[in-house]
Design a protein. Structure first.
Length: 663
């Protein structure tokens, strides 16, 4: 609307100037003006499945945790070990958390030790957009690490937006809830110059986590409380944003640190109430990203990052000779990425991106390997973008070498990974699109897989994964009742070879290449906006996933063609939000079918199905140049007792209240 109005004003000015003759000395050259307006990203135009949840949608639904937001996406499994402080990892289409890249403002978060990222480290309070892509992305100028992943969860944080004569922005939030939850948050933005700004963010959270649950032991049911599930966390983040002007590029620099101390309540099995494990984590990184569109043909991007990760695990128990066990692990990573995109014509683009990372791990284990890894990734991509056809092809070259101070090391690993994707609009102006994609993935064993105590196996082969996807998408307006409707249906097939699993040998468990998995599935996504009347708007969305993920390793094995652990056949979620001048109300539903905790699909290994509902109420009050937002939530409305991971019970009914003041 603003763009159209500005265009009309400029057009009128041009006509008036042409019709009226003015003296030469009264004619002045006006400076260039950039007109910027936010636009809705069309997920139905992408050649590979893309799901997006922006800040407006997050506030509308009343979601306050990143893991809760990611659960709204189809084809996603969030493994949650229970409670506020439980580890939370993301798996896309049953490929495992190791195959999911997590990026923060365009730069990947990595963990060479475990290969998976705990998304509980991040909050939604300063998030602008969350997106999840599967397979080959339409974005070709991105880091090579994203090319190397089967799926990518991208978290974009909010930049300070100054309106009028404002040069400062301040926001303070306090959140409280069940199980001793207290969570104050403060953010501050400052305009440093016409094209430069800075922001700071601080988030402290504590909770005792002693939620009740029902323990079932045969015919006996008792009411218990979780113990040793307390947590305390502190997040600090600082940002500097710079714009050097047209043709000179933009610069974004971020400093981030996260500290946590938590109890590990462990699994609930019979009446074992002993829980003495503690975990400390320190994660910090500094990253900078520079991007410059030199002209209509060339765009460059460069990324530099240093990351530090420290973990300390302690368990006090008489089973240890010293009375306790303490593990300390320290990781350092130096990472850089550089890329260039060439656009010879309006429809054709090509990019070349190369990444390099040097990662080290040191721990206090006796005679430990103390590994160092050098990783080189190079991606070449070509894209055609037309009015009816979008097609992208890429090839990724991987080279990885390890060095160790003690013991054996694996041979250097090299691999070429091709990918292709296209989206076609076959019927002229009709919004219906057909899309298909293929991607080859090469997942190298982690430091834990290779070197952890006696379990590690330096002879492991990398996992090789092939992804196939085909689907239909449509978006548009339906009559006068539905303002916007979006629909996508995708079928997919994944094949994993040399899957890395832990298997028992004569005396100990050991990491081995014993797995081969076949995954077939379908994702359905639907969203709609319905204006009921002038002041009431209804937004509804839903998704459904069917997955047949089976082990096809050994025809003679007892688990041959059984569903792989923690992969339900059926999952779905839905939400309805009613926006009114007086209050906004949201209802959310999550439904998960039965799963199995171990490879054999037996009754003893079955984890029951569950449905969970939540209700959120919020309203924003305008106070001159400030705003006050009040929100209340009831989580797990029906007080459903369920496990995401077997023997790790999730909280029952709980509540949260938050107050946010923005100036």
């Amino acid at each position: 609307m603003n763009v159209c109005l500005a265009g009309a004003c400029l057009a009128s000015l041009a006509v008036a100037t042409a019709q009226v003759s003015l003296p030469a000395d009264t004619v002045k050259q006006l400076p260039d003006v950039d007109v910027v307006a936010p636009a809705r990203t069309s997920v139905t135009r992408h050649a590979a499945p893309l799901q997006i949840l922006d800040n407006a949608g997050i506030n509308r639904l009343g979601i306050q945790e990143l893991s809760e937001a990611v659960r709204r996406f189809s084809g996603v499994t969030v493994k949650d070990y229970g409670g506020i402080g439980g580890l939370k990892t993301v798996s896309v289409r049953s490929l495992g958390a190791h195959h999911t890249a997590v990026s923060y403002d365009g730069v990947s978060i990595s963990d060479a030790q475990s290969g998976q990222v705990d998304i509980g480290r991040f909050t939604l309070d300063n998030v602008d957009v969350i997106s999840l892509s599967m397979g080959q992305s339409d974005e070709i100028l991105q880091t090579a690490r994203i090319y190397a992943a089967a799926g990518a969860l991208d978290i974009k944080t909010q930049k300070p937006r100054f309106s009028g004569d404002r040069v400062r922005l301040l926001s303070a939030k306090i959140k409280s809830g069940s199980f001793g939850l207290v969570n104050p948050v403060v953010s501050y933005g400052r305009k440093l110059h016409e094209r430069w700004s800075a922001s700071a963010y601080a988030d402290y959270m504590r909770a005792d986590g002693q939620y009740p649950y029902t323990l079932v032991n045969g015919t006996i049911r008792t009411r218990e409380n979780r113990i040793n599930s307390d947590i305390g966390t502190l997040r600090l983040e600082g940002n500097v944003y710079g714009d050097f002007g047209r043709g000179a590029g933009i610069l974004e620099t971020k400093l981030y640190t996260f500290h946590s101390e938590r109890g590990l309540p462990g699994s609930v099995n019979f009446y074992n109430r002993t829980a003495t494990e503690r975990l400390w984590n320190d994660n910090s990184f500094a990253q900078t990203r520079y991007k410059n569109q030199w002209n209509d043909r060339f765009t460059v991007q460069a990324v530099a990052k240093y990351a530090y990760a420290y973990s300390r695990y302690k368990d006090v128990n008489d089973k240890y000779s010293a009375g306790y066990q303490e593990d300390r692990n320290t990781q350092h990573e130096y990472y850089g990425s550089a890329g260039i995109m060439y656009t010879p014509s309006r429809r054709l683009s090509a990019s070349l991106v190369t990444d390099y990372a040097h990662t080290t791990l040191r721990n206090n284990f006796f005679n430990a390997a103390q590994p160092r890894r050098n990783t080189s990734l190079t991606a070449l991509a070509v894209q055609y973008t037309g009015s009816r056809l979008t097609a992208t092809g890429s090839v990724l070259g991987t080279r990885i070498s390890d060095e160790v101070e003690s013991g054996d090391r694996p041979a250097d690993r090299k691999h070429l990974s091709p990918a292709i994707a296209f989206s076609l609009r076959p019927f002229g102006d009709n919004a219906l699109r057909i899309r298909a994609s293929y991607k080859d993935i090469f997942r190298v064993p982690t430091f834990t897989d290779l070197y952890y105590l006696r379990m590690g196996n330096t002879g492991l082969k990398p996992e090789k994964t092939k992804q196939y996807n085909a689907g239909l998408t449509w978006s548009g307006t339906v009559g006068s009742m539905i303002r916007y409707l979006s629909l996508s249906v995708d079928g997919y097939c994944n094949r994993v070879e040399d899957k890395i699993v832990a298997l028992p040998t004569l005396y100990i468990w050991r990491m081995m290449n014993m797995g081969e998995v076949e995954i077939k599935g379908a994702d359905v996504n639907l969203s709609a906006e319905i204006p009921v009347c002038r002041v009431v708007n209804v937004t509804a969305s839903g998704s459904y996933t069917w997955q047949h993920a089976i082990d096809v390793t050994n025809p003679d094995a007892k688990n041959y063609r059984h569903q792989i652990p923690y992969t339900p056949r059926h999952t779905g979620n839905g939400s309805v939000t009613v926006e009114m001048p007086w209050i906004n109300v949201s209802w959310l539903l999550t439904a998960v079918g039965e799963r199995y905790a171990l490879p054999q699909n037996t009754k003893a290994n079955r984890v029951g199905a569950y449905t969970e509902q939540s209700v959120s109420f919020n309203r924003t009050f305008r106070l001159r140049r400030a705003s006050l937002r009040l929100q209340g939530e009831v989580l797990n409305l029906a007080d459903t007792q369920y496990d995401v991971i077997q023997y790790y019970p999730m909280p029952g009914r709980s509540w949260r209240l938050s107050i946010t003041l923005s100036i």
